[in-house]
Design a protein around this ligand. Sequence first.
Ligand code: B12
Ligand code: SF4
Length: 501
Amino acid sequence: MAEAIIFVPCPDRSSPRHVVNYGALAVATALHSHGVKVRYIDGSRGRLSDVCRHIESELADCVFFGVSSFTAQVGEAAAVSDFVKSVRPDLPVIWGGIHASLLPEETVSDPSVDYVCVGEGDYTIVQFYDQLASGNPDMSQVNNLVYYRGDELVRTPVGPFYDMQQQTHLAWDLLDLPKYVVHNRYDGNCPSLGIPVARGCPHRCSFCVNVALKDLGYTHYRYRRPEHVEADLAYLKDRLGIGFSFIRDEVFFVNTDYSRSIAGVFARQGILWGANLRANYFKPGRLTEEFLREMRGLGMLNGAMGVESGSPRILADVVHKDITLEQVHHAMATMSAAGIRPFVSFVIGFPTETEAETRQTIDLAVALKRLNPATVVAGIYLLRPYPGAPIYDLCLEHGLTAPGSLREWGTLELTRQGGFEAGRMPWLRGRDGLYAVSEYTTTSLLDLDRSAGFLLNVLILLARARRVLGFYGLAWELAIQRHVRAASFRFRAIRRRLLGR
Ligand code: B12
Ligand code: SF4
């Protein structure tokens, strides 16, 4: 029987995928290391009614129910919190994760949420558990907490940022691990599972939540000890036979000495790897061709880079990306020369972005792919303006209609990529053809999606034809797809209301 549950909702029930939620795993690990019997319950496993049944069977001895939620997961997170409250009205429900951290007051005002953890939860969750287990809880002693005491909203002081050197291991076994292992042709065709080695990103991109959560440590770079990472890798290799692991940090190579020691760890374990990096890191004394050849020799296969835009103006004035297109080309050439496969991603649909600038981005994606056909275009994404990120205010100025409550966030119609529907962003009006390309561009820019159905592949082919012809008018396919998605959202909302889950 569980003493605590950490629940991770499914972001897209129409195509559930098993994705490790590293934040939830970190808090579950902290509890586990503290000797608490904790269950990590992944909402992506089975139907929602089965998930609820599983939760119900664990609730009897629980001291609290924890929820970890991105914005795209809020609808299901709220529905499950309602369910838990219907079974155990006395049980404290605490929310953490990115959405609650960005909008703590709105989140804690919901009747099914008692506490919100803002920012990192590794220390908070243990303090929270200890208070509840003491029988006479005083939540004012718990850092990073937001809650109501009567009508008064309490915000406890922010505690120290988590010391990553203390993270000796992750409690992987709390997950049904084999379910999370993927086989991807870009991962050396090996069984693969990602691993976090560091936290924080010192950069300032305007659409990123790290900047919004700066005061909570998200721009402060901290890393795990190489021997702890090695123990985790050895465990994953032994248990699951993984041969590839993507480093799930925001950005690697912040400190090249540290990166080198981590690369050595992967090489010792015989595990291939990939990591996120930035175009402006490719310069003398940092990411040179020689250094990357060394990394390749230590098993680095992939380097993922957020290029974001083909427009220098958008990059500099809107995204504050602090990279130039020259640096992007140089980074691509260096990675290619060193035998490392570049992964590139783009964002279109920024406020003030002209149609010509959007085309520049799509054209750049095509050009980079031509330069090195091994390049993977990880996505040409439509901007996802999430609250708290600096760009959010600019989006509001340009007419974004934002939800005003937790429940409203939960009913949002999200795109295939987990962002707002374009209809909420008035500056996108009349650009449907361009956005159809963003929705249906596959990773190689050429392939169909083998895991998708016939209809989706027709849309992918259409997007490809649009890109080749440079024709972005008459986007009937997007209009039909939007109607179908809106209908399916409405259907699911009605079913939730009728069935109570
Ligand atoms: C690694 C990563 C991924 C990985 C792993 C995803 C995962 N679920 O962990 C991959 C590549 C799979 C991924 C996919 C997606 N991601 Co992502 N991802 C990240 C990234 C870069 C780091 C997340 C992380 O591991 N952080 C380190 C951990 C330790 O920190 P943390 O998550 O904040 O967790 C701490 C606290 O929040 C708190 N906490 C968390 N849960 C709980 C629960 C309780 C009870 C308590 C008390 C505390 C608590 O304690 C944790 C430990 O200190 C973030 C950027 C960011 N800064 O968060 C984006 C980010 C989270 N991703 C984002 C998005 C949108 C997605 C996708 C929806 C994109 C897409 N459509 O494909 C998918 C969703 C996939 C899924 N099913 O979960 C957005 C979310 C924005 C939002 N407002 O919701 C972010 C913030 C990026 C951004 N746009 O700025 N992502
Ligand atoms: S480099 Fe990546 S993680 Fe860092 S601020 Fe920019 S978008 Fe966020």
